[in-house]
Ligand binder design. Structure first.
Ligand code: ZN
Length: 161
């Protein structure tokens, strides 16, 4: 199969802390490529490995300016604040206001196994922060005010029964 299946909330893998990648080999390169194909197929602009059932620190993104692929990404600097409504391929019904840093400097390893430091702003900075949240098991619904989270739980109980 040339693309992955997207794991949907409340699948457990979406809540796990992902382990770091030890190195970029042929296998990790395949994961990067297949994740990109999956993201493009579903019209996403970012994707994190747990969303395709892989509990490893791998993210991909493309906001129309070229693909960004990173393993073990970490924010080393952030500036400014920005608020925008976000969606997530793993929670198709959710649209959530999320406040994030406007500019971030992210370090990580690229698909050649090289150390990279990239400074990005605006939408790409937002996407990378969203994907890095996934690596810690954090989802956009966690940014909802508590009363809306209660509603969401009640809805789920209702549909599950
Ligand atoms: Zn997401």
């Amino acid at each position: 199969m040339d693309i992955y299946k997207i794991e949907k909330y409340p699948e457990k893998v979406l809540r796990a802390n992902c382990r770091p990648v030890e190195g970029v080999t042929e296998r990790e390169r395949d994961v990067f490529q297949k994740m990109l194909r999956t993201m493009y197929r579903f019209d996403g602009i970012g994707l994190a490995a747990p969303q395709v059932g892989i509990s490893e620190q791998i993210i991909v993104a493309d906001i129309g300016e070229g693909a960004v692929v990173l393993a073990n990404p970490r924010i080393i600097k952030k500036e400014g604040r920005d608020d925008l409504v976000e969606g997530c391929l793993s929670i198709p019904s959710a649209q959530v206001h999320v406040t994030r840093s406007y500019t971030v400097t992210v370090e990580g390893i690229n698909d050649k196994g090289e150390y990279r430091e990239i400074k990005v702003k605006g939408l790409l900075a937002r996407v990378l922060q969203h994907e890095m949240d996934h690596l810690e098991g954090k989802l956009i619904i966690d940014y909802l005010p508590w009363w809306e989270r209660v509603n969401l739980k009640m809805c789920r109980k209702h549909t599950a029964s």
